[in-house]
Design a binder for this molecule. Structure first.
Ligand code: ADP
Ligand code: ADP
Ligand code: ZN
Length: 216
């Protein structure tokens, strides 16, 4: 099974993708995570992407579709994939069709996480992750069970993203509205789109997504 999680920055795509990864043995492919790794490693892709990401704008379609194709090539054909943060433009949606077809895969579901814009700034400015294992947390909505200690790996080091500030979030939301939201009707017309209330609790959102994946 191959699915896309679509939604604005802070909608909960990464949170839900890692839940599905744990529960279903699917693999999460997050272009944001891959780009941040490239920036950290100083690769040619990272050098090109760094300033664009810090500004909250979109990295080029060629770069992100390239890294998605490479990531898929490393996975066994039978492994299900959760696309998190990709595609983000109509051109990327088209490339994804070719990328999947060329590898004998097909798209099963596109799940939109619908969230109030007002809530997104609070979600994003409170977001932090474990430095060691990448587990995601929130100052208000998802604190570690033991304060200051990662639930997953026990590390006490955490980090925040440089682009998770209010000003950049506004740019990222504008990019979503202008370039990403227009791909929703394309998937709707193909009968692939399903909408989930992303304002619900993390567990409730997870249950709704599981129900969609189990429906057929
Ligand atoms: P969020 O989860 O908050 O939406 P991501 O981690 O998905 O953010 O993306 C962070 C940044 O990486 C984006 O603001 C953009 O600059 C870049 N990026 C990630 N995925 C894509 C993509 N599919 N197309 C273009 N740029 C991307
Ligand atoms: P995205 O990948 O779509 O940018 P994340 O999954 O990183 O979003 O979620 C953004 C922040 O909001 C994180 O700190 C996460 O812990 C928190 N969060 C995610 N889903 C919910 C939810 N349903 N309710 C409250 N907070 C949430
Ligand atoms: Zn950890």
């Amino acid at each position: 099974m191959n699915i896309i999680l679509l939604g604005p920055p802070g909608a909960g795509k990464g949170t839900q993708a890692s839940r599905l990864q744990e529960e279903r043995g699917m693999v999460q492919l997050s272009t944001g995570d891959m780009l941040r790794a490239a920036v950290k490693d100083g690769t040619p892709v990272g050098l090109q992407a760094k300033a664009v990401m810090e500004a909250g704008e979109l990295v080029s379609d060629e770069i992100v579709s390239g890294i998605i194709g490479e990531a898929l090539d490393k996975l066994p054909a039978e492994t299900g994939v959760i696309f998190d943060g990709y595609p983000r433009t109509a051109a990327q949606a088209e490339s994804l069709d070719d990328i999947l077809t060329g590898r004998g895969r097909k798209l099963d579901h596109v799940i939109e996480l619908a969230v109030d814009e007002d809530a997104l700034v609070e979600r994003i400015t409170g977001r932090f992750t474990c430095e060691k294992c990448g587990a995601g947390y929130h100052d208000t909505f998802k604190q570690p069970k033991v304060a200051g200690t990662c639930d997953q790996c026990g590390s006490t080091e955490f980090k925040r993203r440089p682009d998770d500030n209010e000003e950049t979030v506004r740019t990222r939301m504008a990019e979503y509205r202008a370039k990403t939201a227009p791909i929703l009707p394309i998937y709707e017309a193909r009968g692939l789109l399903q909408r989930v209330d992303g304002m619900a609790d993390i567990d409730v959102v997870n249950t709704s997504i599981e129900a969609i994946l189990d429906a057929k």
